[in-house]
Design a protein around this ligand. Structure first.
Ligand code: HEM
Ligand code: HEM
Length: 228
């Protein structure tokens, strides 16, 4: 009989990050689609109904939750536990490079060897890191659309210039016009949609293939490993 032992894997903060991130993205995508192309009749918008205003309000509320989650993840990349730090997922050490190839072989059904490790596999970890940068892009483009005046506010006067000069024109420099920011913000949404679908598929697939309690670990923080 195989015996398993419990290993603490994810801190409470990481699990909090995960669910803040996942739930806010669902809200952001739904309300984002509405902002792009309102599916209710908005002819009465502003007189007796405010569906667009409500949708935008939810979008911004979720955006602040999303931004806080990203700040939490940044903190954990530097100061989290061993599995949560950035070094654990970068494909730069021989062990991690090996894990990346083993995972690719496993996912393409060319091998059935599961490389045992406590944290994320390197393929997943690298995708999470790319998603982290995509999230920064959404925050920059989103806040630029929300506060475009930060880019240009002459009435603040010269005495404020040293403090605001970094922010002044940042959105314009990064995205050109607001319309470009909006277009790119929209395009990048598709990364998150595809990521969410593939991610949920793979966590279920992994949970079936290797009995380590992967899905429950994102609720409890605990994974199970075979006793040596
Ligand atoms: C994964 C995260 C996010 C997704 C998927 C998302 C999605 C979208 C989409 C699809 C739109 C409509 C753009 C269009 O017209 O096609 C939109 C608009 C917008 N989003 Fe986001 N967004 C995200 C994060 C954020 C964040 C962090 C902010 C920061 C405040 C933000 C602020 C805005 C603003 C200001 C608009 C324009 C609203 C308007 O034109 O009335 N978004 N978003
Ligand atoms: C029912 C839905 C979901 C379940 C059961 C779930 C489960 C999990 C599990 C088990 C992990 C750890 C996997 C590993 O070790 O590689 C994880 C990580 C992650 N999930 Fe989900 N997830 C769900 C939805 C989502 C959604 C919708 C998103 C965002 C689009 C998301 C974003 C992430 C991210 C970014 C990580 C990496 C955490 C880190 O940075 O360490 N998840 N999820």
């Amino acid at each position: 009989m195989t015996t398993y032992e419990k290993h603490h894997c994810w801190s409470l903060l990481l699990r909090l990050f995960h669910w803040m991130f996942a739930l806010s993205i669902v809200c952001l995508i739904t309300t984002g689609f509405y902002i792009n192309s309102p599916w209710t009749n908005t002819m009465i918008e502003g007189s007796s109904a405010w569906p667009m205003a409500y949708m935008r309000y939810i979008h911004f509320f979720a955006a602040y939750t999303f931004s806080s989650a990203v700040m939490i993840r940044f903190f954990l990349y530097l100061f989290g536990n061993k599995q949560e730090r950035i070094w654990d997922i970068l494909p730069i050490t021989p062990r991690n490079i090996k894990n990346l190839f083993k995972t690719l072989m496993l996912y393409s059904y060319l091998s059935d060897k599961h490389d045992d490790r406590l944290g994320h596999n390197i393929l997943a970890g690298s995708m999470y890191l790319i998603t982290f940068f995509a999230a920064l892009f959404m925050i920059l483009s989103g806040f630029y659309m929300l506060y475009p005046e930060v880019s240009f506010r002459p009435e603040w006067g010269a005495e404020f210039l040293p403090e605001v000069s970094f922010w002044q024109g940042l959105g314009v420099k990064l995205f050109g016009s607001q319309q470009w920011a909006r277009f790119l913000h929209h395009c990048m949404m598709w990364w998150f949609m595809m990521f969410a679908i593939i991610h949920v598929y793979f966590v279920i697939w992994n949970d079936i293939k290797s009995p380590e309690g992967l899905i429950s670990s994102i609720f409890t923080g605990v994974k199970f490993k075979q006793k040596a």
